[in-house]
Write a protein that binds this ligand. Structure first.
Ligand code: GLN
Length: 308
């Protein structure tokens, strides 16, 4: 398969869409990113890399970090985490409060904000019990899984999100009210915003998702070990919950497990074959990158490669 030719063609084709939609301006720092950028990178299990456009420009990974958070939670605490959140698609916005109240503080799944905030609470407790620094270890895990140790939090973005993070604070407060947060709300929110603020490029993200595409290889990074079955189950959650209330549409149009973020990035995997990351900052009303979605739809359509 000539991935290089295919992705270059697709990127040129989707360019006119680049002006559509808008950046996530509820995080003021994200609204300042130059929106006229787009990139794609594919990593194959054989170690080949194919990149086009702004594939080496770092951007805020936002909710894509929820995949790394889940991997760490599963590795450290195993199935016990499912007592505190579900694994069903939410069918609601990533920051919805209504469902959380109806379901009495148990988030539908780990990939909506409420679920990720609970996971941050789990990681803080888990690391503290091991006398480890959770911020340092979270980053060390990402360094190991991506093979790149210059990846970092962007504290300006985290501060900017906190300054206007009223909805996430409301979610955290409701979780605490229902007894689903153990640590101090402010500490949990700070950690959550920092995980979202991490900056990576398409090429770094694609590389970091290879272990999720390759469940036959032992998964162990910075002491976090997952079984092949756990990795496959993580893919199942990406497939059903990775795009909030657009998960069905993504399955329908793209047909790969994946995860989006409001920084405009999407990472996805074709199990046993490749991982791919796309990025372009302007979003549709569901918070997913317009160019990113179209690029992946065309990729799996042109290559005739999807999990279905
Ligand atoms: N930090 C963002 C938030 O909490 C992440 C949301 C996203 O990427 N969908 O709202």
């Amino acid at each position: 398969m000539n991935y290089q030719e295919i992705i270059e063609e697709i990127l040129a084709e989707v360019k006119p869409l680049q002006g559509k939609g808008k950046q996530a301006d509820y995080i003021p720092a994200l609204a300042k990113v130059n929106p006229d950028q787009s990139g794609i990178c594919i990593h194959t299990l054989d170690g080949d890399e194919f990149a086009a456009g702004d594939a080496t420009v770092r951007f805020s990974i936002q909710s894509i970090s929820k995949v790394f958070t889940l991997a760490m939670c599963l590795g450290l605490e195993g199935d016990a985490i499912w007592q505190r959140m579900g694994k069903e698609p939410s069918g609601t916005a990533f920051n919805s409060l209504i469902q959380l109240e109806i379901e009495k503080g148990k988030p539908r799944n780990p990939f909506i904000n409420a679920g990720a905030i609970v996971m941050c609470d789990i990681l803080i407790s888990s690391m503290k019990a091991r006398n480890k620094d959770y911020l340092q270890n979270y980053l060390a895990f990402i360094h190991d899984v991506s093979g790149c140790n210059t990846i970092n939090y962007n504290t300006d973005i985290a501060d900017s999100e906190r300054s206007c993070g009223y909805l996430n604070a409301a979610i955290a407060n409701m979780l605490k009210y229902y007894g689903n947060i153990v640590n101090e709300i402010e500490e949990v929110l700070r950690f959550y915003f920092l995980t979202c603020s991490i900056e990576m490029s398409c090429c770094e993200l694609a590389k970091a998702f290879i272990p999720f595409a390759d469940h036959n290889k032992p998964f162990e990074f910075n002491g976090i070990a997952l079984t092949a079955s756990q990795v496959k189950r993580m893919n199942a959650i990406m497939q059903t919950c990775g795009f909030y209330d657009e998960a069905g549409e993504f399955s329908y149009l793209v047909g790969l497990p994946g995860k989006s973020g409001v920084g405009g990035g999407i990472a996805a995997i074709y199990p046993q074959r490749y991982s791919v990351a796309v990025w372009s900052p302007r979003l549709n009303e569901k918070g997913n990158s317009i160019v990113g979605l179209k690029t992946l739809e065309l990729l799996t359509t042109r290559t005739k490669e999807s999990i279905f």
